[in-house]
Design a protein around this ligand. Structure first.
Ligand code: HSE
Length: 316
């Protein structure tokens, strides 16, 4: 039972980082948090039961708790709090555009549960928080995947060995820079999952297993060449990349500019590339911009680094 003496009836500010799910070959099992962009939220523990959600951004997202990704994550959390006579008020300012492939829904649900838990004197473990935040992903995409919410909560690069039961492995990685280009089209994760083939050939599966194992080993060993060789997806990328303007050209030119490799961020349309150093990451950004400028696609770019902290809390 929650010890009511430790409840903190106050307001805190939250920064919830964007995440790059899949990291190319690890569909639904690998993900990493990045430092830019990040959603801003404020959360208050109140003496009134219930959840009140306000959005102060332009996206017109639902505010009923049962229809809002942060709301359903909090409801899942409250369901495990026992008898409750308190509630939460949340103000969300989405900086991560919904449908960008940068874990926008995950940032809302992860940010909400981390913030709420802090006000409950960290009653729940981080793994519990991942379980709650996955309810938001289920609402947003139809499937309870954890490859965005886990790195958003824990920071760094994470492997979801299993979601049922939840088995999370934190993966150390060498210093890397991340270049992201976000073409201004929306790809709904649910649609990008719908188009995937439901079966894979043994030949493709073997190639994919080799790449996932190689990528994880490359991160552990800080072996940039192994990381680079392993950033290959023979199963999901060939299907999804057709939804993204000039995907193949961007990938080819980024690698020619020195990127270790990269691919679709989450379910797209954002594309990300990893580089060893900032100069290369900026050259990669320029190559990407040149391509979209030439074909007239509007975009945003970010050159950033891996966020090792996860959701950040600030006292107001
Ligand atoms: N692993 C999920 C997918 C992430 O690729 O569908 C969605 O952001």
């Amino acid at each position: 039972m929650i010890n009511k003496a430790f409840l903190q009836y106050k307001t805190i500010k939250i920064l919830a980082p964007a995440t790059v799910a899949n990291i190319v070959c690890g569909f639904d099992i690998l993900g990493m948090a990045i430092n830019k962009p990040a959603d801003e939220m404020q959360i208050t523990l109140t003496k009134n039961a219930g959840i009140v959600i306000k959005h102060i951004d332009e996206y017109n997202l639902p505010t009923k708790p049962e229809e809002n990704v942060a709301g359903v994550a909090l409801l899942a959390m409250l369901a495990e709090c026992g008898e409750i006579d308190f509630g939460f008020e949340i103000i969300i300012n989405k900086i991560i555009k919904p449908g960008s492939g940068l874990g926008s829904s995950a940032a809302s649900s992860a940010g909400a549960v981390v913030g709420a838990n802090y006000l409950l004197n960290n009653y729940f473990s981080k793994h519990d928080l991942v379980r709650f935040a996955m309810h938001g992903e289920k609402l947003a995409t139809g499937v309870k995947h954890a490859d965005n919410v886990t790195p958003c909560i824990l920071g760094g690069i994470t492997l979801i060995r299993s979601i049922q039961p939840l088995d999370i492995v934190e993966i150390p990685a060498p210093s890397m820079f991340v270049t992201v280009i976000h073409p201004q089209i929306e790809v709904k994760t649910a649609d990008a999952r719908q188009i995937l083939r439901k079966e894979v050939s043994l030949k493709d599966a073997i190639k994919q297993w080799g790449n996932i194992a190689g990528l994880v080993a490359g991160f552990f060993k800080s072996d940039y060449d192994l990381i680079s060789r392993s950033l290959e997806d023979v199963i999901v990328e060939p299907v999804r990349s057709i939804l993204i303007p000039a995907f193949d050209l961007i990938k080819k030119k980024s690698i020619a500019a020195g990127a270790l490799g990269g691919g679709i961020s989450g379910s797209g349309p954002s594309i990300f590339m990893l580089s060893k150093d900032e100069v290369t990451a900026k050259n990669v950004e320029q190559e990407m911009k040149n391509i979209y400028d030439k074909i007239g696609v509007a975009y945003y770019t970010h050159v950033t680094t891996i966020n090792n902290e996860g959701v950040k809390i600030e006292e107001v």
